[in-house]
Ligand binder design. Structure first.
Ligand SMILES: Cc1cc2nc3c(=O)[nH]c(=O)nc-3n(C[C@H](O)[C@H](O)[C@H](O)COP(=O)(O)OP(=O)(O)OC[C@H]3O[C@@H](n4cnc5c(N)ncnc54)[C@H](O)[C@@H]3O)c2cc1C
Length: 348
């Protein structure tokens, strides 16, 4: 658990650990909640996102719900479809993520497949076509199973891709930690043989990514470029934010000057401006690239870009298994964590 004020500390004490204890290092943010906004904190939160004991504490806390609602469209499909309708009314396309990762057996992976098939069935009557696609994490399809995980994931994700193609839309394979990149790109290559618009995600923080971007910047290839949300060792990834930003800008160059369909997955004003410069420089048509932002984050900017004539897609997560997603959002931005801590401090 994350504790700051004495009030929160005593609240946590009544609920058992483990805790990450934060101390003040800078001017107190609003409501006097002191937060250590540092790489160490981000690292702790990312580690926590994989710890079952902490998961139980955070998920079992009613007040967490209010904060989760800001980032997650709901626990069930109807709530997610309501969010899709509201975004569509604002001219914003969507990619839906049925939350869940790291399944431990084949039957759980089959449940993921079934949830996505139900999701696609739910989307069909909205008639949004390509403006409503889905994003999948292969770990939720069994990729990490000890025996034949990659094959299980490839087999179980295929019906989802087929169903998406049949209703005129597509699937993007999210990218998880660096150990999974080769496997995910391998599954992607297999899917693209029959379903060429299946999308990939590349994480600029990884040293290998500029090469991957070059390989994927080819006609028909949809690539979402993100900075990367996982804790990675220095051997695999840039550790400093400035280096990640520089790498992101370089990969944008590769993708926007290349022949594919780039999808800039970022909230960063500097990177959004870089995309706009590259679009102007290369003369890309408005339907040959898109911006992607997470549900609930910089919503004004989403609408502004859409009104300016750009394709904007919100990544809309929903489902009961929101813990890992939620912890990554807390880890990547101190303001998100402050919001969470304020909710704890003001709980009624
Ligand atoms: C559509 C989408 C899909 C993604 N898919 C994946 C994936 O498959 N795999 C993966 O590893 N990661 C994924 N991510 C997460 C990504 O890797 C980053 O962790 C996340 O996007 C934060 O990086 P950033 O580019 O927004 O910039 P950051 O470096 O986090 O922020 C830069 C600047 O952006 C602005 N900003 C950022 N967040 C906010 C906010 N909440 N409110 C206001 N301003 C803000 C601020 O000005 C900030 O200084 C995805 C992100 C998006 C948007």
């Amino acid at each position: 658990m994350v504790a700051t004020t004495p009030d929160i500390r005593s609240w946590c004490a009544g609920r058992g650990g483990p805790y990450v204890l934060l101390t003040t290092t800078s001017a107190p943010p609003p409501l006097g909640v002191p937060v250590l906004a540092s790489k160490a904190l981000s690292t702790s939160l990312l580690a926590a996102s994989r710890r079952p004991a902490l998961r139980r504490v955070v998920v079992g806390t009613p007040v967490t719900r209010r904060v989760v609602d800001r980032f997650v469209a709901g626990e069930a499909l109807p709530a997610a479809l309501d969010a899709v309708r509201a975004l569509a009314a604002d001219g914003i396309a969507v990619t839906l993520d049925h939350l869940g990762e790291d399944v431990t057996d084949r039957s759980e992976a089959q449940r993921t497949r079934d949830a996505y098939l139900r999701l696609l069935e739910g989307l069909a009557p909205l008639g949004l076509g390509r403006r409503a696609e889905v994003s999948v994490k292969l770990s939720a399809f069994g990729q990490a199973l000890p025996v034949g995980g990659e094959d299980v994931a490839a087999e179980l994700v295929r019906p989802v891709v087929e169903a998406a193609t049949a209703q005129g839309t597509t699937v993007t394979l999210d990218m998880e930690d660096s150990q999974t990149v080769d496997s995910t790109l391998g599954v992607l290559a297999g899917l693209r043989r029959d379903h060429p618009s299946t999308g990939a995600v590349l994480q600029a923080m990884l040293h290998r990514t500029e090469d991957d971007a070059r390989a994927l910047a080819v006609p028909g290839s949809r690539v979402r470029l993100v900075k990367g949300a996982y804790r990675e060792p220095a051997s695999a990834a840039h550790q400093e934010k400035s280096a990640v930003d520089t790498a992101y800008a370089r990969c944008l160059d590769v993708l926007l000057r290349g022949g594919g369909y780039p999808m800039a997955g970022t909230h960063d004003p500097a990177m959004i401006a870089r995309v706009l410069d590259l679009v102007a420089e290369t003369g890309r048509a408005p339907d040959s690239y898109e911006f992607q932002l997470l549900y609930g984050i910089r919503t004004d900017e989403q609408v502004r870009l859409a009104r300016a004539g750009h394709t904007v897609r919100a990544y809309v997560p929903y489902g009961a298994d929101w813990y890992g997603y939620f912890m990554r959002r807390l880890a990547e931005r101190p303001a998100n964590l402050q919001f969470f801590l304020r909710s704890l401090a003001t709980r009624s």
